[in-house]
Ligand binder design. Structure first.
Ligand code: NDP
Length: 407
């Protein structure tokens, strides 16, 4: 049916490639292109021989001309960007120049400032409209499935959603003292930034990890959760009419946070360049180089993730609460695709989003967040491709809501 160019060959890309190959009726031909070609070749070697034809290429995704040449040579229907957030704009530019649909899993971030905002990508809306091509932003799990869950809740269960709490729990244990589950640089930048949530039309800023709760996750048990800023808050606050509040919570173990605090105290998480032996280096990038590669955690991670949204709002004049979530098992993911659940829960939705673009179901000229499309076909595909969702109409609420405390 179609052709996809997959940019990046890291943890998430590996899952995308596995899943595209499983879904060979849609993905007849794929090209894996990344900075280090040997990683693309290794993926091809592992997965070659099925119905999907796999090509590989070297590309610097910061370089629009190189990307344009690659796209013109391969002529994909869609570009799946699973490189890093720094490459979003150059890849979008290349899609515009070649008239090819675009999908990513994380919003653009300028390398020199840890700032998660959609403004740079939303600014392309008119250009994509004029070019008649679709850009789907943030199509991983969070952002991604959390937006689809919201659209689904709104379509089927609420007249108005007033409160959303996104709860991201990773109860996986890799047995190492400290490691991050996806790109350490992106992960640490996210956690060490100030927290923020949206209430009554305004952003309320918090200090990094200032607010903690304990939440009893279905199939996982009680875990410490911390309020963080996460990029889907921005698009959901804009796209869900009548919303009064949206917050994002993530689990961290005490051990993880202790290591992070020490690294922060000694300056290792800083993105300010410093001079080292006559060369300018960013401490956080150096830290990334010494930390375990997230891809290496796959074989050793045990336990589950549980990511979902608790919605509170009104249906037929009555108050209603609804919890939609997915539980994913690290070891099962590893057995299936050779990656742990964090990469899995990101890569599967990226493949699904791209397949809906190829099939024309999620095609609409412009730049869109996932909640702006019909959630139903996506929800069906989640059940089919390894991320079945569960629902609860009487979920446990957060302590602070039960006690009617402000954050
Ligand atoms: P990795 O670091 O494992 O992989 C990134 C890949 O991009 C690497 O193969 C890297 O190449 C390649 N790359 C980096 N810079 C360039 C460049 N200039 N040109 C070409 N290729 C480049 O990251 P992950 O796979 O963990 O994450 C991928 C994306 O997914 C990130 O944007 C991340 O933020 C996002 N993500 C989204 C989630 C969600 O739920 N929405 C959750 C987790 C991640 P090389 O191999 O040479 O380093």
């Amino acid at each position: 049916m179609g052709k996809a160019l997959i940019i990046g060959a890291g943890g998430v890309a590996s899952v995308v490639v596995h899943k595209c190959v499983q879904n060979s009726d849609v993905f007849e031909e794929i090209m894996i292109a990344s900075r280090t070609k040997s990683k693309c070749d290794a993926l091809k070697e592992k997965l070659d021989g099925g119905k999907t034809i796999i090509h590989t290429a070297q590309v610097d995704a910061d370089n629009v001309d190189e990307l344009v040449e690659l796209i013109n040579g391969f002529k994909p229907d869609v570009v799946i960007n699973v490189a890093l957030p720094y490459q979003d704009l150059s890849i979008m530019e290349a899609c515009l120049a070649t008239g090819v649909h675009y999908l990513d899993t994380a919003n653009y971030e300028p390398p020199e400032t840890a700032k998660f905002e959609y403004k740079w990508q939303w600014a392309y809306k008119e250009k994509f409209e004029k070019a008649g091509i679709t850009a789907v932003l943030g199509c991983g799990f969070d952002p991604g499935v959390t937006g689809v869950f919201t659209a689904y809740a709104l379509k089927h269960h609420f007249d108005e959603i007033h409160y959303i709490d996104i709860l991201d729990c990773n109860a996986g244990d890799h047995g190492l003292p400290f490691a991050t589950n996806f790109n350490p640089e992106i992960n640490i930048r996210e956690i060490t930034s100030n927290g923020r949530y949206w209430k009554e039309g305004k952003w309320v800023e918090t200090k990094p990890l200032e607010y903690k709760e304990v939440y009893n996750f279905p199939e996982v048990g009680p875990k410490d959760i911390y309020l963080l800023y996460h990029e889907e808050l921005e698009s959901l606050a804009k796209n869900v009419k009548g919303l009064k509040q949206i917050r994002f919570w993530m689990t961290f173990s005490e051990k993880y946070l202790t290591h992070l605090r020490v690294l922060q105290n000694v300056g290792m998480t800083s993105i300010e360049p410093i001079e080292f032996e006559g060369k300018m280096i960013q401490p956080l990038q150096f830290l990334k180089a010494v930390l375990p590669d997230p891809a290496s955690l796959g074989p050793r991670t045990k336990g589950k993730t549980n990511i979902g949204c608790i919605f509170r709002g009104i249906k037929d004049g009555k108050e209603k609460t609804y919890y939609l979530y997915n539980v994913c098992d690290h070891e099962e993911c590893y057995r299936e695709v050779g990656s742990q659940a964090i990469s899995y829960t990101t890569g599967v939705p990226a493949m699904i989003g791209a397949s809906l673009i190829i099939k024309g179901i999620w095609q609409r000229p412009g730049v869109w967040n996932v909640e702006e499309f019909d959630p139903d076909p996506f929800m069906e595909e989640l059940n089919k491709w390894g991320l079945p969702w569960k629902e609860s109409f009487n979920p446990e609420l957060l302590e602070l809501d039960l006690e009617k405390r402000e954050v």
